[in-house]
Design a protein around this ligand. Structure first.
Ligand code: URA
Length: 218
């Protein structure tokens, strides 16, 4: 499993990341969503560099031009609801992608353990396709694993790109084990933060991405 932390290289991505972390700028939920969308756009362009390409001919008014175009069949997936702005930004770049939506939420079970409940999925076949999953906060890796298990019922992807804004070393280790360090899985993130708090929020992180995008829930 390959891990690519995009903030290791300086780019405008770091400005968007700074703004989504800033407790004062976060109060503007429109700006928060737009910054996550912009991170999705930048990340999609980076992911596009890792895809396969083929030479195609295009008829211009004056002749034939040769262009390298993406040959992968892309399925772009997200986990409701926090994943929507990151997904939307990526969809603006991969506008020909097929789309998949899943739900996953955390709850504490009767034994006091954290568990993930995945209830809803609307997805095409992913057999032989390039699966890109957008979810902003890779805290424990458990929701992402649950999403991959659900999507796996629709076939075996040719490659899985897991795209998030902030990841933790714990989530990366968890997914590395869950995927048996499969080289056909790549984690892309804009930052890796060191720890989780007792409620499994990333620290320093940014808070609750879903609430910051869409408001508080009961
Ligand atoms: N989900 C969030 O929205 N924030 C975290 O820090 C962890 C999971």
């Amino acid at each position: 499993m390959n891990v690519i932390n995009l903030s290791e290289q300086n780019s405008v991505l770091n400005m968007y990341l700074r703004e989504i972390r800033d407790v004062n700028i976060q109060k503007d939920s429109l700006r928060f969503r737009q910054n996550i969308e912009r991170i999705g756009e930048v990340m999609a362009i980076e992911v596009s560099k890792a895809l396969s390409y083929e030479q195609t001919d295009v008829q211009t008014p004056l002749g034939i031009a040769k262009v390298h175009t993406i040959s992968d069949s892309i399925v772009l997936a997200t986990i409701l609801r926090a994943g929507l702005p990151l997904y939307q930004g990526m969809l603006r770049i991969f506008d020909h992608a097929e789309n998949a939506f899943l739900s996953a939420f955390r709850r504490v079970n009767a034994k006091g353990e954290l568990e993930i409940v995945a209830e809803y999925m609307a997805a095409p076949s992913i057999e032989g396709k390039t699966l890109i999953i957008a979810d902003p906060m890779l805290a424990t890796g458990m929701s992402m694993e649950a999403a991959c298990i659900s999507l796996g019922k629709h076939g075996n992807a040719h490659h899985i790109h897991i795209c998030c804004t902030i990841a933790t070393p714990q989530a990366i280790d968890y997914l590395r084990e869950a995927f048996h360090d499969d080289p056909k899985v790549t984690v892309w993130c804009a930052a890796i933060d060191p720890v989780l708090n007792e409620k499994k929020y990333i620290v320093p992180g940014l808070g609750d991405a879903g609430d910051l995008c869409f408001g508080d829930k009961l």
